[in-house]
Structure formats: structure tokens, C-alpha cells
Unconditional design. Structure first.
Length: 372
């Protein structure tokens, strides 16, 4: 079980990802009291400014763990019931039979059957994730668009259902977490962002984590290069972007050190109670946005290592950026990593992503970081 940090191996694995084609990446790995922070490559391909391990980064759906923790806190007070129908709280947003059938828990673990709104908000991504007919045009069209979350929710609720509420196989959907943000607002009398900031981010003692005030990332950060499956060549920078298209579902900005601290605090029972944490770790089978099947809890998902026990955490992507944060169940081994390019795999004639050297290099880095 004990695999102390091999700093040379971690440095080499980081460099290998960069040499495989990733412009820049950075990470923090912890094993007990030992801490390694590393970075490889550049934050800006035009200036060759290097990435550093303390940079702030858009962490995408890692945000969902923060939002889920906030909902669990409110469940502990009795203001939200995990098995209460969402229609009882938000009848206008999820009306009728569906509102009566979909519970708060189903939103948290993506078994609501509600569709993803993204292909409707970004029309040229209509086939996402089938991708055959997609183009990146809407990414540029919506750089500074201020989306109304209730309109995004309506797109997901009125779209054809992707499953029956509480079904045995869920489908990952940002619509679920935008609804949870509205639920938090109703339960707390403040915005979801303000509540999460006060009761999750500040409670965890995170100093460099927050929701964006505008389209820019404050503080030292990398550019974010979107390749859109080779259709944007060379990859284009999307670091300046209005994140209202995901809101409290995926808009947080953080650092790898803060993410490790957050998951350490969460998994040791300092953010939600031990019984709430047990609820968060109850998993169901869910189809991810990449089309693979994963186990998913309430804003958390597990990764199993060879003889290393279970790691818990979340991954996230935004246009141009990716993040993964994983903490072993005992809290001793932790890894948080950020990359500054997304969707580097070109598509074959059947619209399936083709293998890329980055894939193997990243997998090797994850093995060294998580399992030693």
C-alpha cells in the first residue's frame, strides 16, 4: 500500500505528456506529509511563458462536488430532502409527472433522465458527443454570451428524455446540476455561488478558489487551447469565456493545491457529516459525456487502483482546459492535475476519436501519481 513519492518519475511522466503534444500541464501529488508539485510545458504558445504548479485554472465539472456538498449540508438541516421530488421545490422548472417522479438524489447522481442542454445552447455541437456533424463555430459565437440558467434548464427539460427517473443506468447531464443550483437558492435565500463560497469553499480554507466574476481568469493562469477533435488547427485559446453556460455546474476556478485540500477536507468529514459522505459514495452506473459507463455517486466518482484501495474525486473539462482530482479513501494519497488543451483526438470516418500519444502519456502519469 505504501508508495512514497518518486519525484524523478513524476517529473519524467509530466515531461512525457508535454512531449506527446500537450502544450502545458501541472499537478500536485501528496503522500501523507510528502508533497510534490510539478509543471511541464508552456502557458502561452505565442510567448513560451512556462506553466507553473500554482496557476489558477478553470476546473469544469470538479465544481459538481462542491455543489453536491452544499446540497448535502442543506439536507442535514432538513431544508432539502434527498428523496423529495424536485417538483415539490421547483414546480415551474420541472412541472407535472416528471417533477413528481424525479428526486433530488436523482439529480445528484444523474439518474433523472433529463437531457443535456449543451447541444441546444450550442447549435453547432448538435451531435455532441456523436460529433459527426459538429463544428466549433458556436464556441466562438458564445464567448461572451450571458446565458439565463432557467432558459438552459428549459432546453434540457423539454428535450427528449434520455432515461426514466431512477432507472438502472443514468446519463450524465449538466441540466441536473443547474436545477440543484436553483434548489440551493430556494433553500438558502442566497445564490448558489454565494452559499457554496461561504459554506464549502471558505469552510475548507481554500484561498485561491472561487466562481468567476466575469469572462477572465483572475491571477496567474494558462491560456486554454481547444482543438475540437482536430477541427481547430492550430488549437485556439478560449481562456477568456463567459461561464454562464455552466454556472454552478462547472464554472469554478481553483488551483491543484486547493483541490487536494478540498477533497482531503471532504473525505475526512469536515465539509459534510460522515453519514452525508456515505450517501455521496453510494454509486450507480452512469453513461459519461464521453460515452463510457462509470460509477457515480452524489457529485463524486471512484477510481480503483491495483492494490491501492479506492480513490474518490471528479474530473472536469471546459473549452480548452481539463482537470482531474482524486484522493484515496484514507486521505493519504492525493493527486490533482490540470492540462491546457482539450479534445486532441482527431476523429475517424465513423466519428470515433482516434488514439493519440497524449492518451498513453497521461495514463502513465496518472499511474505514477496515484499508485507510485
Amino acid at each position: 500500500m505504501e508508495n512514497p513519492l518518486d519525484r524523478a518519475a513524476l517529473d519524467a511522466a509530466m515531461e512525457a505528456v508535454h512531449h506527446a503534444g500537450m502544450p502545458g500541464l501541472f499537478a500536485e501529488v501528496r503522500d501523507g506529509d510528502q508533497v510534490w508539485r510539478g509543471a511541464a510545458g508552456v502557458a502561452d504558445v505565442a510567448t513560451n511563458c512556462p506553466v507553473t504548479a500554482d496557476m489558477r485554472h478553470r476546473v469544469g465539472s470538479v465544481t459538481k462536488t462542491f455543489t453536491a456538498a452544499a446540497v448535502l449540508q442543506q439536507a442535514e438541516t432538513g431544508r432539502i430532502g434527498l428523496d423529495t421530488p424536485i417538483g415539490r421545490y421547483l414546480p415551474k422548472l420541472v412541472p407535472g409527472e416528471r417533477g413528481a417522479a424525479i428526486t433530488v438524489r436523482m439529480l445528484l447522481n444523474h439518474t433523472s433522465g433529463l437531457a443535456e442542454y449543451l447541444p441546444y445552447a450550442y447549435p453547432s455541437l448538435k451531435a455532441y458527443p456523436a460529433l459527426a456533424d459538429t463544428g466549433p463555430q458556436s464556441l466562438d459565437d458564445h464567448r461572451l454570451t450571458r446565458f439565463d440558467p432557467t432558459e438552459l434548464i428549459e432546453m434540457g427539460v423539454t428535450a427528449p428524455a434520455v432515461g426514466t427517473p431512477g432507472g438502472t443506468l443514468g446519463v450524465y447531464s449538466n441540466t441536473n446540476y443547474l436545477l440543484l443550483a436553483h434548489l440551493l437558492e430556494q433553500a438558502t435565500g442566497t445564490t448558489a455561488e454565494q452559499y457554496i463560497t461561504r459554506n464549502v469553499i471558505e469552510r475548507a480554507g481554500l484561498r485561491a478558489t472561487g466562481f468567476p466574476a466575469g469572462p477572465d481568469v483572475d491571477g496567474p493562469h494558462s491560456q486554454l487551447y481547444e482543438a475540437w477533435f482536430g477541427m481547430i488547427d492550430p488549437p485556439r485559446d478560449y481562456s477568456v469565456y463567459d461561464m454562464s453556460w455552466v454556472g454552478p455546474s462547472a464554472s469554478l476556478i481553483s488551483t491543484v493545491s486547493d483541490l487536494n485540500r478540498f477533497y482531503r477536507m471532504l473525505l475526512s468529514g469536515n465539509i459534510v457529516s460522515p453519514s452525508s459522505l456515505a450517501q455521496m459514495r453510494r454509486t450507480v452506473r452512469v453513461i459519461s459525456q464521453e460515452g463510457t459507463t462509470i460509477d457515480y455517486g452524489l457529485g463524486l466518482h471512484p477510481m480503483e487502483g491495483p492494490g491501492q484501495g479506492t480513490f474518490w474525486g471528479h474530473g472536469g473539462t471546459v473549452w480548452g482546459g481539463g482537470t482531474l482530482a482524486m484522493t484515496r479513501a484514507d486521505g493519504k494519497r492525493q493527486m490533482a492535475m490540470a492540462v491546457n488543451m482539450q479534445r486532441w483526438n482527431r476523429l475517424d470516418s465513423s466519428s470515433r476519436p482516434q488514439p493519440h500519444p497524449i492518451d498513453d502519456a497521461l495514463a502513465a502519469l496518472l499511474r505514477v501519481a496515484m499508485y507510485g
